[in-house]
Design a protein around this ligand. Structure first.
Ligand code: GDP
Ligand code: MG
Length: 302
């Protein structure tokens, strides 16, 4: 019996969501960790073993978005939650053991909206390795039980991998049977690459402001994290359907492409938390918007 499901990871910034993803998925996904102010509202990390595949949706925006950013982003973040099979709320046990009053401020606002999604809730009480004085956890657990009576609580250390097998077992109890949706090898890096190509497309869009970007596609040709210990090397090809568009994308003496490249590199570097060397190429591929094979390769087709 193979299991497949999606799990939304939520919780205040710094609670350990990215660390938990790393723990389950591996080092490569560590770099998926977004910064708090990122406009990307969800990142997925995909765990695969012989019996199961779990797609973790990191929804970093939910806290910051509250009252700050626009409604669309907030809504789509909550939509991500609503479409998940389970919700895992990460909380920093060490923080609340020291400052239990913060539970009201940081956790209470999550309870009602999560309840309204109707998803089963697991609360991962994280960073237990940092709680030296264990009895300080008692009022925290009591308060959590009061705030979130329908949740199940699992003490973990995402960093040390303590309790994470138990948490995974609870997740597997919840998620449905189903075949894996993603090939194993695509999983760990594809989301990051996809986001990188989206960032490039976005910068192109802003640099040109015409219909042109709709007939462009971006393909990451090289993604090299091995050659240089201090930076990630990325080569991307911008495909355009029309010959005369190539010049516009490149711009006078390459000015536009340079601008797109430098803006995209900066943002990709923030996303990956690493230095990035980005090279962009422009290629004409006429009729690509009608070419099913090419569209599929670009992740744009069915
Ligand atoms: P996120 O903002 O929720 O994604 O949190 P991160 O995963 O980026 O973690 C924030 C900080 O908490 C990092 O410095 C982690 O190393 C640390 N951290 C996360 N989980 C644990 C844990 O179980 N134990 C300890 N001691 N530190 C942790
Ligand atoms: Mg994070």
């Amino acid at each position: 019996m193979h299991k497949f499901g999606t799990v939304a990871l939520i919780g205040p910034p710094n609670a350990g969501k990215s660390t938990l993803m790393n723990q389950y998925i591996g080092q490569k996904v560590a770099i998926v960790s977004p910064r708090p102010q990122t406009t990307r509202n969800r990142i997925s990390g995909i765990y695969t073993d012989d019996e199961s595949q779990i797609v973790f949706l990191d929804t970093p925006g939910i806290h910051q978005l509250r009252g700050k950013m626009n409604r669309f982003l907030l809504e789509s973040a909550w939509n991500a939650l609503a479409s998940a099979d389970a919700v895992v709320v990460l909380i920093d046990a060490a923080l609340y053991a020291a400052k239990p009053h913060l539970l009201d401020k940081e956790i209470k606002p999550l309870v009602k909206p999560v309840k309204e999604t109707g998803r089963p809730v697991l609360v991962a009480v994280n960073k237990v390795d940092r709680v030296k004085d264990k009895p300080t956890m008692l009022p925290v657990m009591a308060k959590l039980g009061e705030l979130w009576p329908e949740a199940e609580f699992i003490p973990i250390s995402a960093l040390r991998g303590q309790g994470t097998d138990e948490l995974k077992a609870k997740i597997l109890d919840i998620i449905p049977e189903g075949p894996p949706m993603f090939p194993e090898d695509q999983i760990s890096t594809a989301p990051v690459r996809f986001m990188a190509s989206e960032i490039i497309r976005e910068k192109l869009f802003y640099s040109l402001r015409q219909e042109l970007p709709y007939t462009t596609a971006v393909e990451i040709e090289v993604w090299d994290e091995e050659s240089r210990p201090d930076m990630i090397l990325v080569n991307a090809v911008i495909y355009t359907a029309q010959k005369n568009h190539k010049g516009m994308i490149i711009g006078k003496q390459g000015a536009n492409l340079k601008k797109v490249g430098s803006e995209a590199r900066k943002e990709i570097s923030e996303l990956l938390d690493s230095k990035v060397h980005l090279e962009l190429w422009v290629k004409v591929r006429s009729g690509w918007t009608e070419d099913p094979g090419f569209l599929r390769a670009m992740g744009l087709g069915e």
